[in-house]
Design a binder for this molecule. Sequence first.
Ligand SMILES: Nc1nc2c(ncn2[C@@H]2O[C@H](COP(=O)(O)OP(=O)(O)OP(=O)(O)O)[C@@H](O)[C@H]2O)c(=O)[nH]1
Length: 511
Amino acid sequence: MSDKSNATDKKLKQAIDARMAVEDARKYQVDTLSDFSAKLSLSCKGLDTELDNRLAKFRAALIKGVSFEDLSPLISETIVLLKNQESVQLSQQRDLYSSVQSAGKQLQKTKGLPEDTRRTLRHLLDHEINQVHSTHDFIPLLDQLISFYHQTLSLKLESASDDECTATPELAQKLLKLANELVLEDEATEEIKYIKNCITESDTLDALLKASINIISVIVKNINKERKSAQSFLSSLNQTLEDLHHSIVSTSKHSKSMEVEFDVLNKSIESKIKNLNVQTQNATSISSLKELVDNELKSLSEDFIAKEKLERTDREMLVSSFDEINGRIGSLESKLTKYKKRLNEQRFKSLLDSLTKLPNRAAFDERYNHEIHLFNVQSSDVTLAVIDVDHFKSINDRFGHTAGDITLQVIAKALQKSVRKSDFIARYGGEEFVLLMPSTSLINATAPLDKLRKIIKSIPFKFKDKQIEITISLGVTQLKKGDTPIIAFDRADDALYEAKNTGRDRLCISK
Ligand SMILES: Nc1nc2c(ncn2[C@@H]2O[C@H](COP(=O)(O)OP(=O)(O)OP(=O)(O)O)[C@@H](O)[C@H]2O)c(=O)[nH]1
């Protein structure tokens, strides 16, 4: 009997070890999936605020280690949001198409349109604009460019003479303003720069007409390229998440059915051991006891064999589903790297800062160089301000990086809302912003800039139930004859340094 009991012990131990191996494999699988899903969700940060929040919740749930059953609804909600993103883009595209089509048709009907312009316009409407995958941001600009064209053409037709008609400086300035609103990718920068120089250097209506058509062509060409890559990223990401969802649900279902079978077996083993106990106590002779124990152990042994078999099947199924998921994760991860690269390129190309949605440093450099070029040609006043958030490091240190990020977004929004339409505000990097104020002298810039300082100071920031006052320091200068971009920027930076060293929350000027 002691041999049999040893054998039972051994079987029990084997059963426990096998179970632990299954649990370890499952834990490893869950950890790998969680890690991958977290990385995946980070890759689409910045596309949409609601999607960002949902993904942040999803990542938090993964870190906390909630069960698959609880994760499942979060994934379903995320998939819905991703699908929404796709349909939002599609409807924006449709809006853009019909808006531009109707403006274009109106133009086509206009008498006196030069033949080559009519051809260019036809080509734009028929072959290019309907392929544009754009956001709403560009629709007003395209509309304005087309109505600018309309207005300029009417002026040309009104003048009876066949000679080249001179454009007023205001008209050229209007087109330049529209061109300045363009925030496009690298390759287009040179094209836009060339067009802007043509506008400033030529004073005929024909030159303005040509320039406005050229700007429309550049926009159409570039938006199309950018949006295509974003859209394909979104739909692939959506597919990827759906695949993961299915894997999780099927693994979870499989585990549940196994648990039921294990439960039945465990209960049977338990009741047999109990029964053995009772019968042992009731036995009247050694021989009947021996027979009884033999029978019960035989039956128990059969249960153990069944249990072992079940565990082996469970382990094999887990290993094979794990291998399959692992393979899929491998291929998804390499896809993800590609999408991320493409998305980063797209962000870079769009020249918009992904956190604050303000123009980024590259966009600022482009605009700044152009303002310096204009200043050298026209000598109109331009003020430059470098703005830095005070003690920003302590916000991160005390309330965390996410609070820091939100702070930057709120400040960026307030700055954008408070500057004039003709001003150009950008995030230069970190907690530093730059502001260009064309046609504004240093004297006239001081009051609005100081108002800007007060606006930021009055924002009621609240972290961890604590009311926090956040201030900015400003260094300001005005472009001077002979300035290079670096010389003028350094002057504003020196003024900012002075503002920081004399107590912060102030504006200093460098003449
Ligand atoms: N949350 C967040 N922090 C950022 C970002 N970019 C830069 N920072 C942080 O901004 C802080 C800037 O710190 P410092 O240059 O020491 O300046 P400061 O604390 O603002 O102090 P003063 O400028 O001297 O008033 C650093 O801790 C950076 O890590 C960002 O995008 N998000």
